[in-house]
Design a protein around this ligand. Structure first.
Ligand code: PGA
Length: 224
């Protein structure tokens, strides 16, 4: 089974930088049997990246509106994203912290995404797996990918031990069902292979910004 490798650029890069990253990635041959690459650029660059890489990678939005299409100025709805992104990251800890998102809003985002065929990548930390799962319509849980994202590991260089990922993955599966579980938090080319032994993929922040570092990470991931 191919492993998910999700590149989350967060709010970094301008248009020229996004174009040049995508141009560079277009020249890299990865193994589609081993890696399912999902790029999550800032929304304004989704089309740019898609135009250059659509036949090789999947696209994710870094967030999605909890509301349907309509009069919600500034929000990017599932309808806006349909045909543009196959996945949407929802409930990232940075959204929860800086934009005060709660479990119910995240659940609404899951519902919006799935209603238009976009697969939600639901981010959780170990302390609220059950609360987040309970907020989501039980029929929708099995349609999610879940990312275990320990707060202490995000952007800090303090990646968690692989044994934690094994344990939390089983807690996630108890609540969500047998969904794909990926790990995010200071994933590098040095540690990526260990995580891929115990879960279905990784969510990469900082290391995905630099094209050559990201490519090295994928190459390491494919050596497993
Ligand atoms: P990081 O970010 O790889 O920079 O730690 C991960 C994330 O936000 O999921």
């Amino acid at each position: 089974m191919a492993k998910f490798i999700v590149a989350n650029w967060k709010s970094n890069k301008n248009l020229v930088e996004a174009q040049s990253w995508a141009d560079g990635f277009a020249g890299f041959d990865f193994d589609h049997e081993k890696s399912k690459i999902i790029i999550a650029p800032p929304s304004p660059f989704l089309e740019t990246v898609r135009a250059k890489l659509h036949d090789r990678v999947f696209l994710a939005s870094q967030d999605i509106s909890p509301y349907p299409a309509g009069s919600y100025t500034g929000a990017v709805s599932a309808r806006n994203l349909s045909g543009l992104a196959e996945y949407a990251i929802v409930g990232h800890s940075e959204r929860r912290e800086y934009f005060s998102e709660n479990h119910q809003q995240v659940a609404n985002k899951v519902e919006q995404a799935i209603s238009l065929g976009i697969i939600p990548i639901v981010c959780v930390d170990s302390g609220y797996i059950s609360e987040q799962a309970m907020a989501i319509d039980s029929d929708l849980l099995s349609k999610c990918i879940v990312a275990y994202e320990p707060l202490s590991a995000i952007g800090t260089g303090n990646n968690v031990p692989v044994s934690d990922v094994t344990e939390v993955t089983s807690q996630i599966k108890q609540k969500f069902g047998d969904v794909p579980v990926i790990y995010g938090g200071s994933v590098t080319r040095e540690n990526v292979s260990e995580y891929l032994l115990v879960c279905d993929g990784v969510l990469v922040g900082g290391v995905s910004l630099d094209l050559s570092e990201f490519i090295s990470l994928i190459k390491m991931a494919e050596r497993r």
